[in-house]
Design a binder for this molecule. Structure first.
Ligand code: VG1
Ligand code: CO
Length: 543
């Protein structure tokens, strides 16, 4: 077999972050870089012999080239079968579904998610396990350990595989199957939701817009929303995936999807609008004249999921990441469901989903999902919303107002400070951690600190512990601030400050969130000394 073995001398240990390894595209393109990381993964999973692996990505710059490298390496590492999305495309939830459906041993997903794409932007690679979910913390540690000691990688010296033709071929003993990236995913959605009800909602004149942001969900949304459910042909915007996402930032939030937000805020805007990110696992939900925060969306979905066939029997439990607002906790307590609080990152939901302890889960960062796959799922959230709207036949605004009048309103916002000097960010965090024990009882007026700690998680299923998962500062009036450093950036440090306050159902439910949160924002600014230490007076991105 034409296998070459190359040295990994220039490759120092690489530690994956919140969601796989993310670096500048040019770093991934350095000769041997991607190769040595992929070999570290093969070493950690004891090679490819007898294994079936799913491979696909979000279509960004270097996606197709990286897939050719991974295919040649998979074959050289003895992999039995590789199942690849046509033209190298697979959304993250579709890849998770294929891993499960085809009983694969795992999968390589090429994406830097919501980060921009292009030769001077970002690239990423994640490995998911046989349950379809992100590699656990312990497996990620194995990748890291291997990457520190790796000396060589194995690679075939064959021609490229044609990724454009659906069908099966052979690459030096490895079967390569090219599949339609949408078909299996669309089939799963059809099983979960009442497509007839959604079809009739749309045929009654309900209008929607879905912004695929030039990323991977374009083909999925066009096939499902327009072709299958009958939304008008102009419903999916920016539907063709492009290598640089139309030079945009495929992050579905009011900053980066502003044109869509402006559209729904205009008097003749659509009844419903949504957007997804680079790899299709995030979602933003909007209704005419209203933006639904991801934390509220999770709570609304939990309260109404029974209206969709897949969840008609109710939920086994719910979970949210620690910085996500406690809106879903109120729904859980109302419905008598267990509610788990996990660290940031989808990998922490895997055990709870596998053990059947939860059906629904989500994060404040526009991620919602269920036990149908082991990733968050943007289009799934959109379809669940549409299913609920089709059954309730009221506006998104009405759904939100009803929800707040039942449960009260958790005002919530995340403030991101991007590209902060890493040393200064570390100094701020370590200074704050040192002061945590002395914070309770300090503060002024309404904002006296009740508790201050670092979040630790004890997985109730495998009993593993994860420490240092973000700083929580809770005030006596019930408001909360959370501070943590991002694990997905590629440019110095990103500081995330999460702000929350609760208004009971008889209070002012219609305030502007930033005004409602200004008190807790000021209190957190004073406590963290962010401006003093990092020189930043206002956030770069507010969501
Ligand atoms: C961010 C989000 C987190 C999410 C992660 C991956 O991580 O905060 O909630 O799970 O991105 O999402 P961090 O460490 O930067 O805060 V995705 O759609 O970028 O795979
Ligand atoms: Co994503």
């Amino acid at each position: 077999m034409p296998i070459v073995t190359q040295p990994c001398t220039a490759f120092a240990g690489q530690k994956p972050g919140t969601s796989g390894l993310r670096k500048k595209t040019r770093v991934f393109m350095e000769p041997g870089y991607l190769e040595c990381f992929v070999q570290s993964i093969f070493n950690a999973i004891d090679g490819g012999a007898g294994k079936t692996l799913i491979i696909g990505g979000d279509g960004r710059f270097f996606n197709a080239e990286a897939i050719q490298i991974i295919l040649r390496m998979a074959a050289a590492n003895g992999t039995a079968r590789a199942i690849v999305g046509q033209n190298g495309l697979l959304s993250t939830p579709a890849a998770s579904n294929l891993i499960r459906k085809r009983k694969a041993d795992g999968g390589f997903i090429l994406s830097a998610s919501h980060n921009p794409g292009g030769i001077d932007a970002d690239f990423g690679l994640k490995f998911n396990g046989s349950n379809g979910g992100p590699a656990s913390e312990s497996l990620t540690e194995k990748f890291y350990a291997q990457s520190q000691t790796i000396t060589q990688y194995h690679m075939l010296t064959t021609d490229d595989v044609d990724l454009s033709q659906i069908g099966t071929s052979e690459l030096e003993g490895m079967q390569v199957e090219i599949v339609d990236p949408v078909a299996d995913y669309a089939e799963l959605m059809r099983e979960l939701f009442d497509f007839d009800a959604i079809r009739s909602l749309l045929s009654d004149g309900f209008s929607l817009r879905f912004d695929a942001m030039h990323a991977v969900t374009g083909p999925y949304a066009t096939a499902i929303l327009e072709q299958e459910l009958g939304a008008s042909a102009d419903s999916v915007l920016n539907a063709i995936p492009s290598v640089d996402f139309g030079k945009g930032h495929p992050d579905p939030n009011p900053i980066w999807a502003k044109p869509l937000v402006d559209l729904v805020m205009s008097p003749d805007g659509p009844d419903f609008a949504a957007a997804s990110d680079g790899d299709g696992d995030r979602n933003m939900i909007l209704g005419k004249g209203i933006y639904v925060t991801p934390s509220d969306s999770l709570a609304v979905l939990a309260a109404n999921a029974h209206l969709a066939p897949a969840y008609a029997k109710g939920l086994s439990g719910v979970a949210r990441s620690m910085p996500t607002s406690t809106a879903v906790d109120r729904v859980a307590s109302h419905l008598g469901l267990d509610c788990y609080e996990t660290p940031t990152g989808w990998k922490f939901f895997g055990n709870l989903l596998d053990a059947g302890r939860i059906t629904l889960c989500g994060e404040e960062s526009a991620g919602t999902g269920s036990d149908h796959v082991r990733e968050k799922d943007g289009l799934w959230a959109v379809l669940l919303w549409l299913n609920i709207l089709a059954k309730r036949r009221v506006s998104v605004r009405q759904i939100m107002e009803d929800h707040w009048q039942t449960y009260g309103r958790n005002y919530y916002s995340r403030h991101d400070y991007e590209a902060v000097d890493s040393a200064k960010a570390d100094q701020m965090m370590s200074g704050l951690i040192a002061r945590l024990p002395n914070l309770p009882g300090t503060g002024t007026g309404e904002f006296v600190v009740a508790t201050a700690d670092q979040f630790s998680y004890h997985d109730p299923v495998d009993r593993s512990a994860s420490h240092n998962q973000g700083i929580r500062i809770v005030f006596e009036n019930g408001s909360r601030g959370v501070i943590r450093l991002s694990g997905t950036g590629t440019d110095n440090a990103t500081i995330r400050v999460y702000l929350e306050s609760f208004t009971p159902k008889d209070g002012d439910l219609g305030a502007d969130p930033q005004s409602a949160l200004s008190g807790v924002a000021n209190a957190i600014a004073a406590i963290t000394k962010l401006q003093e230490i990092c020189g930043r007076s206002s956030p770069d991105v507010i969501t």
